[in-house]
Write a protein that binds this ligand. Structure first.
Ligand code: GAP
Length: 474
């Protein structure tokens, strides 16, 4: 893919998709704000996921609190295991993930043609078991700090990625809580509440969209790895023994969702996990080809009964399904689908971005930047323009605008030549533009222009809503 991340970042800021968090104070690393157009795109992605996952009788939704009882994170394993190996350079005070530092060194060697040395280090990295193993690779191969150029390293230590805070006014150990690092645990702890109140019976699922927080050491590549992000997760609870077929079912469903978002299937791939977590029966990622390379957007995991068993153990509460007819009881197995909303946003934005050579009215060519979102995801669905600001055209255009905004997000633009107005809408991905001209005033017709083909058709203003609806569903 030739699109550069810089071009997307610059468009994002210029047009109000994404801004750096607290930019006027110099920004806060790993945090981003969604602007007027970004918030619409993000909402449309979440809405598409919510409909796909919960508009069916066997899945219901919840919205759990971000702050949870601290025992949750002991049961889930996050207190003990949710950490990255970290190393500090004593001279520059820069901090790195030890594995990333080694990987970047390997990449540098490869780019210099030193492939033999690179593969020796890569083989060592693949067999790392402990933090000491990371440290000895860094020291033995004299991997230098890119900032200070020294090998003045500390030991490698584990750094827990959960953000801590305190409930109530006293910052004592008892009051310590975490900002959730995943939405999934809010679903597990509510398994029984939901099953009983919604009268669900396995196989059934619980879906949730919400913010998660991870104190990532390396935040990079725009929205790909951030400290505050949004996830869309679903846990599907099934009778033991049926997890294999449900895993296959959700693998297919989740792939279909991405292609229905309008993402080019050539930019997506499946990546089965080589190494499985001790509790996992199967796991696969869906990856997207970002401008920096392939990266995970979703994980689909067959998690056995690990999570519910752990919460039973730590809470002392039974988390079983009991069949009232047969008196059969069991702790359900779980298939999890976990996708980042904000990471998907980035994938959708990258996939939609195009720079095209197009003809101009005077016979020349120019470059147009266009975001070819699936029309249903576009932040603005239709833009309405009066050709000139006189002769009754603004009044007619405003009336059309008011009528269309009952059904769609509409923009109204009166400034500049009509060609420039089309380009501005192309750049933010608006799929349809309506122009009101002299004929509108006399016969009630307008032109409807398609973003991708740039073709215009003439139709009556009364027929616009039905035609736009038809095109949105096509
Ligand atoms: N409950 C399982 C779980 O959270 P995960 O693979 O750690 O699994 C799922 O996260 C998805 O959440 C990822 O595929 C990614 O899309 C998104 N995600 C995870 N960490 C992220 C981060 N730091 N920034 C943005 N998105 C992230």
């Amino acid at each position: 893919m030739s699109t550069s991340l810089d071009a997307i970042l610059s468009l994002s800021k210029r047009k109000g998709f994404v801004f750096q968090s607290s930019e006027i104070y110099g920004g806060l690393n790993g945090c981003w704000d969604f602007g007027p157009l970004g918030v619409e795109l993000l909402r449309n992605i979440k809405e598409s996921w919510w409909k796909h996952m919960t508009y069916r009788p066997d899945v219901v939704g919840i919205d759990a609190a971000i702050l949870m009882h601290p025992r949750t994170w002991e049961a889930s394993g996050h207190v003990q295991q949710f950490s990255d190996p970290m190393i500090d350079n004593k001279t520059s005070k820069a901090r790195y993930r030890a594995d990333n530092l080694i990987e970047e060194h390997i990449a540098r060697l490869e780019s210099k043609g030193k492939t033999e040395q690179a593969s020796v280090i890569a083989a060592r990295l693949a067999s790392v078991q402990t933090n000491e193993d990371f440290h000895s690779i860094i020291m033995e191969f004299e991997i230098k700090d890119p900032v200070s150029g020294t090998t003045d390293w500390t030991e490698v230590r584990n750094f827990n990625l959960m953000f801590e805070t305190h409930v109530g006014p006293v910052a004592s150990g008892d009051a310590k809580v975490f900002l959730r690092p995943e939405t999934a645990q809010g679903i597990f702890v509510n398994f029984k509440n939901v099953m009983e109140s919604a009268r669900m019976k396995p196989p059934f699922g619980i879906a949730q969209i919400g913010k998660s927080f991870r104190n990532e050491i390396n935040t990079k590549n725009f929205l790909f790895r951030t400290r505050e992000f949004e996830q869309m997760e679903m846990q599907f609870f099934v009778p033991p023994g049926t997890e294999g077929e449900w895993f296959e079912y959700w693998r297919a469903e989740r792939w279909n969702w991405f292609t229905r978002l309008g993402i080019d299937a050539d930019h997506l791939r499946r990546k089965p996990h080589d190494k499985l977590a001790h509790y996992a029966a199967a796991a696969e990622d869906i990856e997207y080809l970002f401008p920096f390379g392939w990266g995970e957007v979703e994980g689909i995991h067959s998690r056995t009964d690990f999570d519910l068993q752990r919460h039973q153990e730590f809470s002392g509460k039974k988390l079983e399904y009991v069949d009232t007819a047969t008196k059969d009881r069991y702790v359900p197995y779980v298939i999890e689908t976990a996708v980042g909303a904000t990471r998907t946003f980035m994938a959708v934005l990258c996939d939609a971005y195009r720079e095209e050579e197009v003809g101009t009215a005077d016979g020349g060519t120019e470059t147009r930047t266009v975001l070819q979102f699936a029309p249903s995801l576009a932040p603005t669905t239709v833009a309405v323009f009066p050709l000139v600001n006189k002769d009754g055209m603004p009044e007619a255009a405003q009336a059309i605008c008011q009528s269309l905004q009952q059904s769609f997000r509409v923009d109204y633009d009166t400034s500049g030549a009509i060609g420039r107005r089309y380009r501005r809408q192309d750049e933010v991905g608006t799929p349809f533009c309506v122009t009101v001209d002299g004929e509108t005033v006399s016969d009630g017709t307008v032109t409807l222009r398609d973003r991708d083909t740039m073709q215009q058709v003439r139709l009556t203003a009364d027929a616009l809503e039905a035609e736009i609806r038809r095109r949105l569903q096509a």
